[in-house]
Ligand binder design. Sequence first.
Ligand SMILES: C[S@@+](CC[C@H](N)C(=O)[O-])C[C@H]1O[C@@H](n2cnc3c(N)ncnc32)[C@H](O)[C@@H]1O
Length: 198
Amino acid sequence: MSTRTGHGEAFARAYDRLHADRDDIPTLVDFVRTRADPGVLLELGVGTGRLAIPLAKAGVRAYGVDASASMLARLRAKDPERLVTVFEGCMTEPPITAPFGCVLIACDTLAALPDRVAWAKCFGAVAQRLSADGRLIIEGALPDPTSWGRPTRIPRPEELDLLGRNVALRLTERYEDYAQRPFTQVSPKCVSVYQRVL
Ligand SMILES: C[S@@+](CC[C@H](N)C(=O)[O-])C[C@H]1O[C@@H](n2cnc3c(N)ncnc32)[C@H](O)[C@@H]1O
């Protein structure tokens, strides 16, 4: 069974405004573009295309999957040239199978899935869709250390690494952000890159 919890119409309307103060898009585009080889990218939880549209404009062939028809409608309205090809569906069973040089799961989107079973299913789907030297890039906030012990849907870095190992993906890079600041014990978020174990 799929795990579809995409955002609704009200959230879709507000989404880009809520993220308007984030200035990391040019840095993200550089980071992802240099790791998407060949330049074919699948973004899971593509949303309004906040990231996929600039990536497509930078020359990456971008595909996106999202569970929310409202978010995809916003994307389409912002992308009249159809630079990004989108599919409505769940990131645990993306309705597209082509091999991708890069799969991107950005902005805490993995935490939209309810539990470890769904995370594992999503990692399995990614592994099946990566080209031989393709990369999975995951970006997200880390659990607040003051809330440790309480339930959270945010996977810790070591949980991500285990999910990767279970589908033969190994961690090759980890930073605090797309500017490649070093990841430390007090980093508020992390960007992790995984590649197939050959
Ligand atoms: C925080 S937004 C991120 C959107 C975009 N990646 C960005 O950075 O602007 C999370 C997105 O994931 C989508 N989403 C949530 N659960 C999903 C699922 N199970 N499968 C696919 N998309 C999902 C939501 O509809 C939303 O568009």
